[in-house]
Design a protein around this ligand. Structure first.
Ligand code: CAA
Length: 380
């Protein structure tokens, strides 16, 4: 067992660190203030070749592994968590189910478009009446001739305003409960599809979160993903990996907050010396760093397991639970290190604190992660 990142992983880390600091950092506060997403940054991510990190080159991907992907999300989130989640939702929620369940034609058409960054992806599960109880969805799909007709709406869709390809879950037969759910690949140009209300949020304000509406949306039969009745399993299996992307986002947020707090503590003088000389601050920084390192080990381990082809659902739920909780703790402490200045928008730590909160909520609340984890522990 060894814990050293390979040369390739270190290269990915360095490339993303430089990209995040130079291309995302300077405008992050302004984009947060304006609640605006910048497609220019997406185009640069496309040029960098990071929109399909774990997908094979034959589908337009980088042919790298899941560990490389989580390192990328971590490094982006260290500077701007909105960019981190944009890549995470695009890769592990929209790309993954097409890679795992798509036909060769679907992969060549849709995975390739997403992997090259030509199209952005989104994942549509949550509805106004079904969040944690994902199987309780009301959006319906009915087969009419050669087309599926989708009716209903989905909310809190990450990348909703900019995505071209939507992975949508809908009920084909309510009597069958979760066994009636099917998954579809929907293009934004399909008749009856529209983007609804844009959410105004506490954090990750420069990522796009919208409602999407299916008003008798017509989807060609060949855009069914997997089989009818497999949709719920596809949704859950997708989240198994997606949750580790959120762990990586939370990890990046926490590391970014610690970096700022450490630098500030060294230059802020009180009582005639830098506050970094005070044990009260030293202990805070030590606790923050220790929790971050533990979260990193869990997150990298879950990605490594996926790369090894062994089960990772349990480890992913654990990494998401732990990393998001410590991101919240660490960012609150970072604001504390900054004192009154930390509470202002002059410094980035208040943004990190606001951004951290969602990681405890989306891709399954942390209460749901505990259900998933205890389910593994207690199963016969
Ligand atoms: N892999 C494969 N199959 C799975 C599975 C998994 N991880 N989890 C459940 N299943 C299967 C079960 O084996 C079962 O199959 P059978 O019927 O064949 O036995 C079936 O699915 C139903 O399982 P449950 O009875 O456990 O389902 P449930 O209705 O009780 O729900 C739940 C389980 C864990 C609570 C699930 O609903 C859940 O994860 N809820 C949270 C939803 C969520 O995470 N939403 C996030 C939205 S996306 C998002 O947030 C993105 C973003 O913005 C960035």
């Amino acid at each position: 067992m060894h814990f050293q990142l390979s040369e390739e992983h270190q290269m990915m880390q360095n490339m993303l660190k430089e990209f995040a600091e130079n291309e995302c950092g300077p405008s992050a506060a302004q984009r947060d203030e304006d609640e605006s997403f910048d497609m220019g940054i997406w185009h640069k991510m496309t040029e960098l070749g990071i929109c399909g990190i774990p997908w094979p080159e034959k589908y337009g991907g980088a042919g790298a592994d899941y560990l490389s992907y989580v390192i990328a999300v971590e490094e982006l989130s260290r500077v701007d968590a909105s960019i981190g989640v944009t890549l995470s939702a695009h890769t592990s929620l929209a790309g993954w189910p097409v890679y795992k369940f798509g036909t060769e034609e679907q992969k060549q058409k849709y995975l390739r478009a997403m992997a090259t960054g030509k199209s952005m992806g989104a994942y549509c599960l949550t509805e106004p009446g079904s969040g944690s109880d994902a199987a309780g969805m009301k959006t319906t799909a009915a087969l009419e001739g050669d087309e599926w007709v989708l009716s209903g709406s989905k909310i809190f869709i990450t990348n909703g305003g900019y995505a071209d390809i939507f992975i949508v879950f809908a009920q084909t037969n309510p009597e069958l409960l979760h066994k009636g759910i099917a998954a579809f690949i929907v293009e934004k140009s399909f008749p009856g599809f529209s983007v609804g209300k844009k959410e105004k949020k506490l954090g990750i304000r420069s990522s796009s979160t919208t409602e999407v509406i299916f008003d008798g949306c017509r989807v060609p039969k060949e855009n069914l993903l997997g089989k009818v009745g497999e949709g719920f399993k596809i949704a859950m299996m997708t989240l198994d990996g997606g949750r580790n992307g959120i762990a990586a986002q939370a990890l990046g947020i926490a590391q970014g907050a610690l970096d700022h707090a450490t630098a500030y503590a060294k230059q802020r003088v009180q009582f005639g010396k830098p506050i970094s000389k005070l044990q009260a601050i030293q202990f805070k920084l030590a606790d923050m760093a220790t929790k971050i390192e533990a979260a990193r080990l869990l997150t990298y381990q879950a990605a490594w397991r996926e790369d090894q082809g062994v089960s990772y659902g349990l480890q992913s739920a654990m990494s998401k639970l732990f990393a998001s909780d410590i991101a919240m703790e660490v960012t609150v402490e970072a604001v504390q290190v900054f004192g009154g200045y930390g509470y202002t928008r002059e410094y980035p730590v208040e943004r990190f604190m606001r951004d951290a909160k969602i990681t405890q909520i989306y891709e399954g609340t942390n209460e749901i992660q505990r259900l998933v984890i205890s389910g593994y522990l207690l199963k016969d």
